[in-house]
Design a protein around this ligand. Structure first.
Ligand code: FES
Length: 113
């Protein structure tokens, strides 16, 4: 389970699923501009607890964090991960502003208005 603060959403991840994939499956908007290609770093999360339950960053994720994450030199990258790459093997809490439930609107069939 991945808890996303400050929203307080609990995302149950399917086996092999990344955090952002779980969020999309469950109907959440997650900030991104590359839509899961590990190039924009907009999806990055700060790990508040349970870092030991996240999969280690692969070369692609590490490269993106080191070279494309704004302010990377001033941050503890051991506590930052890309939601489009990170998978959880246990309970994790992350901080990600901008995550929200996607709103849906029911449009009545034509002729009922
Ligand atoms: S979605 Fe762009 S780097 Fe993760």
């Amino acid at each position: 389970m991945v808890r996303v603060d400050p929203l307080g959403a609990d995302l149950p991840l399917d086996p092999g699923e990344t955090i952002i994939e779980a969020a999309w499956r469950l109907g959440y908007y997650w900030p991104t501009t590359c839509h899961g290609q590990a190039t924009c770093t907009v999806c990055h999360v700060e790990v508040l607890s349970g870092a030991e339950h996240l999969t280690p960053a692969d070369d692609e994720e590490q490269e993106a964090l080191e070279h494309r994450l704004p302010g990377a030199r001033r941050r503890d990258l051991s506590r930052v991960g890309l939601a489009c790459r990170a998978r959880a093997t246990g309970d994790v809490t992350v901080l990600k502003k901008g995550v929200r439930r996607i709103q849906t609107v029911q449009i009545p069939p034509t002729g009922l208005l």
